[in-house]
Every structure is written in structure tokens, then in C-alpha cells.
Design a binder for this molecule. Structure first.
Ligand code: ADP
Length: 275
């Protein structure tokens, strides 16, 4: 029997494969049961689960920032830990959970940092690099902030700059850790519609750690539900974000329904004490 999450990827070659991958921090087993999962080129996967269930660890393993204790990981045909860092960064961009502080650079300078893997040595940016940065800023709606100092922006603005920097990298794979954490409702929609558009136009493969079950259901092809360091379930939002699964994984009652307007799931948390 296939492990949960494994599936035939048909004509598309798998962009990302985790084969029985495990990891432990010193004194803290993070993913000890072995996670197996394939993500096809152009697919959008949301990783959901309670705090401490291993989502960020999974993303760090895919980004090559942690070395698996066992198992095998492949991203765009590369082993994330052994791959040449520049070659890996030309294919894979990462947006972390906390927009970094301490950059005294302007927004456009931060976005241009995304071009570094494409530059030879100390060569200055070309018109093509500037155009890529411009496209990324327009896609994330931060053009008006271009000359502002990064460290003088709000958390939500910094988060959009971090996404723009990753888009300027023009990767094939985008790994996002709570990219909408500081965004207002409109910016959450703008971000996810931009991701969908990039997937349609460029076949970008996207893995995003999220907390919002409704956003996951609205925009993602599949969701991976993590629980206690293992992959509890993986499949379409409709098959995976069920009352039973959410109850088991999050220890929370929700009301799940299909929305007539969107044809997608609506997930409504229920109070523990009904009034
Ligand atoms: P999530 O992203 O789902 O909140 P994490 O992947 O961050 O979960 O964490 C999984 C487990 O690993 C948790 O038990 C957490 O306490 C532990 N952990 C995370 N980072 C570290 C670290 N740097 N050192 C030790 N333990 C860690």
C-alpha cells in the first residue's frame, strides 16, 4: 500500500519527493515516523496542522536548512543539503515566517537580493534583473514602497517584500512558511491569487504552511495534515478537511460545509461551550 500522500503524478514529473523522511532536534523528535509525499510540477500544496506538529521542520528539510536523520528528499532533481547553494537557489525560493528586521536597505534593494543566484560573481544587475524585480513588486502590490526603507515598514508590508524577493528569484519551486500571517484579508486574497496566477503562467510548484483552513480550501490543490510529527492525511481539501480529521488533528469541533458561491469548503470553528 502507498504511504499517505503518495500518489501517481501522471504525466507530470514529481518536482518534490520525500521518501520516508525523519528528523529529530536534540531532545525533540520532530518527524520520527517517516514522512512520504510527492508534489507534482505546478501543484499547490498547503501544509496544515497544530503548533509543534512538524510543519516548519518539513519546510526546512525541503529547503536544505536541516539534514534528514533518515530517508531521502529530492527537490527539482536535487538533494537539498548536498546541492550547490546557488544552483539550488535558482530553482527554489523560501519565504520564512517572520519578515526579517535589521535590513537598512530600501525595498527595491531587498527585492533585488532575490536576483543574487542569477548573477555571476560581483556583476551588477542587468536590465533583465531590474525588470524581474519590477515584475515581482507589481505582482505583490509594493511598487509604491520601492524607495522606502525595509526596516521602517509594517509587518504586513515586510511580508509582501519577502514574497516579492522570492518571486524576483524566478524559482520553479516556492516554499512559504505562514506567508499570510501579517496580512489583512484583502492582501491574503491578493497573495493567493498571485500564487495561483504564477502557477498557471509559469508552472510554479508551491508548498505553503498555513493556519487558515478556508484559504487552504479556496486556493490549494491538496492539503497535507500534520499531527505529532507525522503526515496524518493528504489529499484534496474536500477529502481531507473533514469534521472528523479536524477534530482528530486539532482537537477542535468545526462546522464544514460547501459554499454555494465558491463551490469550495467553508470551515467554521465552533465554540467549546455552545451558548
Ligand atoms: P510547527 O511548524 O508545526 O509548529 P515545528 O516543525 O516548528 O512545528 O516543530 C516540531 C517540533 O520540533 C516541536 O515539538 C518543536 O518544539 C520542536 N522544535 C522546533 N524547532 C526546534 C529547535 N530549534 N530545537 C529543538 N526543538 C525544536
Amino acid at each position: 500500500m502507498s504511504p499517505p500522500g503518495e500518489r501517481s503524478v501522471g504525466m507530470h514529473k514529481a518536482d518534490i519527493g520525500l521518501h520516508d523522511v525523519g528528523f529529530a532536534y536534540p531532545g525533540a523528535p520532530a518527524l520520527m515516523r517517516g514522512v512520504s509525499l510527492s508534489v507534482a510540477e505546478g501543484e499547490m500544496l498547503a501544509v496544515l496542522g497544530p503548533n509543534g506538529s512538524g510543519k516548519t521542520t518539513l519546510l526546512r528539510l525541503l529547503a536544505g536548512r536541516l539534514r534528514a536523520a533518515f530517508g531521502r528528499i529530492e527537490v527539482c532533481g536535487m538533494d537539498p543539503v548536498r546541492a550547490d547553494r546557488r544552483a539550488f537557489a535558482r530553482e527554489v525560493a523560501v519565504v520564512g515566517p517572520q519578515p526579517e528586521l535589521g535590513f537598512t536597505y530600501t525595498v527595491v534593494e531587498v527585492v533585488l537580493m532575490g536576483r543574487a543566484p542569477h548573477l555571476d560573481g560581483f556583476r551588477l544587475e542587468t536590465d533583465a534583473d531590474l525588470a524581474a524585480a519590477d515584475r515581482a513588486m507589481r505582482a505583490t502590490g509594493i511598487g509604491h514602497l520601492a524607495e522606502r526603507r525595509f526596516d521602517a515598514l509594517s509587518s504586513g508590508e515586510r511580508q509582501r517584500v519577502s514574497v516579492a524577493r522570492a518571486l524576483a528569484q524566478e524559482p520553479r519551486v516556492l516554499l512559504l512558511d505562514e506567508p499570510a500571517a501579517h496580512l489583512d484579508i484583502k492582501q491574503q486574497i491578493v497573495l493567493h491569487e498571485t500564487l495561483r496566477m504564477l502557477r498557471e503562467q509559469r508552472g510554479l510548484t508551491i508548498i505553503s504552511v498555513l493556519h487558515d483552513l478556508n484559504i487552504a480550501a479556496l486556493y490549494f490543490d491538496r492539503v497535507a495534515l500534520m499531527r505529532d510529527g507525522e503526515l496524518f492525511a493528504c489529499g484534496t481539501p474536500e477529502a481531507t478537511i473533514t469534521y472528523e480529521n479536524v477534530r482528530t488533528v486539532f482537537d477542535t469541533d468545526v462546522y464544514v460545509d460547501l459554499n454555494d458561491l465558491t463551490g469550495k469548503l467553508n470551515v467554521l470553528p465552533l465554540p467549546t461551550k455552545r451558548q
